[in-house]
Design a protein around this ligand. Structure first.
Ligand code: SF4
Ligand code: F3S
Length: 93
């Protein structure tokens, strides 16, 4: 079990999630963050922090965003670790 970052994070990256994670399992992509499913201890702290509700427990990811489960697991391998909050991206929509 692990938590997963999904679509609403895209173009957003509020990074409130990063600072509450006790395991440092967030990795930063160009337009969104990813959670390492191996490092995540399933504490749920990040889910409550995200202002746009982008984070879900893997078993609760909405059907339309199921592909993000594999995407998180894959992208953490090539993305840098992020441990601190930073300025969010401006939403273009
Ligand atoms: Fe980190 Fe907990 Fe979120 Fe997993 S559920 S990414 S351990 S804050
Ligand atoms: Fe993204 Fe929400 Fe974290 S927008 S960076 S998952 S606080």
């Amino acid at each position: 079990m692990a938590f997963v970052v999904t679509e609403p994070c895209k173009g957003c990256k509020y990074t409130d999630c990063v600072v509450v994670c006790p395991m440092e399992c967030f990795y930063e992509g160009g337009d969104m963050l990813y959670i390492d499913p191996v490092e995540c201890i399933d504490c749920g702290a990040c889910e409550l922090e995200c202002p746009v509700n982008a984070i879900y427990r893997d078993s609760d990811v909405p059907e339309k965003w199921q592909a993000y489960i594999a995407l998180n697991a894959e992208r953490v391998k090539t993305s840098p670790l992020i441990k601190e909050k930073k300025e969010p991206l401006a939403r273009s929509m």
